[in-house]
Design a protein around this ligand. Structure first.
Ligand SMILES: *Cc1c(COP(=O)(O)O)cnc(C)c1O
Length: 327
């Protein structure tokens, strides 16, 4: 068993784990399948390292920069694409690195948005998070901020009144993107936390990963996206699982995924339909699938056209289970 990435399951999910709910068990419990590694899989699947400009600062698209404000998270997701990147660096980005990152953003006038990611930004001490947001908001060319977080569903207690008040005081708009993969994660405390964000006026989006045995079936996706919309969250992205080592059991064939996602259009309002994307392995950017920039070359081999460079990138996927299978 790969304990390089130990299990970390927050209290709120324990009852669901104990009840054996597969969409929860598979996301958070280390299963034997993890021991398998295919040569096509990588430790840094989306090329964070390629675009890292200062420690913690990833600048891949000209107008947006991603800042890893911490490598800690309230939960360890077994499919995490950063499960190998951060294992040696646990905790907040050190002060010196933070200063260099903010200085980099200040020096690049083309950066209009800074995305706080990690790890989970909401696990930072509140004062540290407030200070980071205030520093970034004070940079004239930074127009919007974004926080990518799993806290509302895995650690809703982190959404304290003080934190909400602090978020509403920031000078620039903050968009929040919640990571949720199963409607089972929308527990009552999670829904309360989401409602408090909504009442604080923070626009809420979600991102999910299409995961075999978790949500890779039509009923599960409908439950998930309807559930999010009901809480006032607009589904934003649905990601095909990244080619990260030890995660083959989460992928279904991409052609099956395209077929499945295509079935949402007739069954959900547009407001509940996320964009299905592949983050091209190697750091070439995200591409919507299906679309003009995606083509299947042969069985489990695809080409994606980088939105950044225009090059066609060939990607071979290892063997995987079929759609709808739960193991
Ligand atoms: C996904 C990602 C972004 C944000 O992309 P959006 O399409 O704007 O959500 C920015 N930087 C990096 C490095 C990313 O991986």
């Amino acid at each position: 068993m790969n304990l390089e990435f130990p299990e970390k399951i927050p209290d709120i999910l324990q009852p669901l784990v104990r009840s054996g709910a597969m969409p929860i068990v598979r996301q958070f419990c280390a299963l034997n399948e993890e021991a398998v590694v295919y040569p096509e899989e990588r430790r840094d699947p989306i090329g964070d390292r390629v675009w890292m400009r200062t420690p913690g600062l990833v600048h891949r698209y000209p107008d947006r920069a991603l800042l890893h404000v911490t490598s800690a998270c309230a939960v360890h997701c077994r499919f995490c694409f950063r499960r190998h990147v951060f294992t040696s660096e646990k905790g907040p980005l050190p002060d010196g690195d933070l200063e260099r990152a903010i200085e980099y953003v200040r020096s690049k006038a083309e950066i209009r948005e800074v995305i706080l990611s990690g790890g989970d930004p909401l696990t930072l001490p509140r004062h540290r998070l407030e200070r980071i947001l205030a520093c970034l908001a004070a940079i004239p060319h930074v127009e919007t901020l974004r926080i990518h977080t799993r806290a509302p569903v895995v650690a809703p207690a982190l959404l304290s009144q003080k934190l909400l008040a602090a978020l509403t005081l920031v000078e620039k708009p903050i968009w929040m993107v919640l990571h949720v993969n199963s409607h089972l994660e929308l527990t009552e405390p999670a829904r309360t936390a989401i409602a408090s964000l909504r009442r604080a006026g923070i626009p809420l989006l979600s991102q999910s990963v299409l995961l075999a045995g978790v949500n890779a079936s039509l009923p599960d996706l409908l439950d998930l996206f309807r559930g999010l919309l009901r809480e006032g969250v607009k589904p934003y992205y649905l990601h095909y699982p990244d080619l990260v080592e030890n995660t083959h059991h989460f992928r279904i064939p991409l052609e099956d995924a395209i077929e499945l996602v295509g079935q949402l259009r007739a069954r959900l309002p547009g407001t509940a339909i996320p964009q299905f994307v592949v983050d091209i392995p190697g750091g070439y950017g995200k591409v919507p699938v299906p679309g003009p920039n995606v083509r299947q070359v042969q069985d489990s081999e695809w080409e994606f056209r980088s939105p950044l460079s225009g090059e066609w990138i060939r990607v071979k996927y290892p063997p995987c289970t079929s759609a709808g299978s739960s193991d």
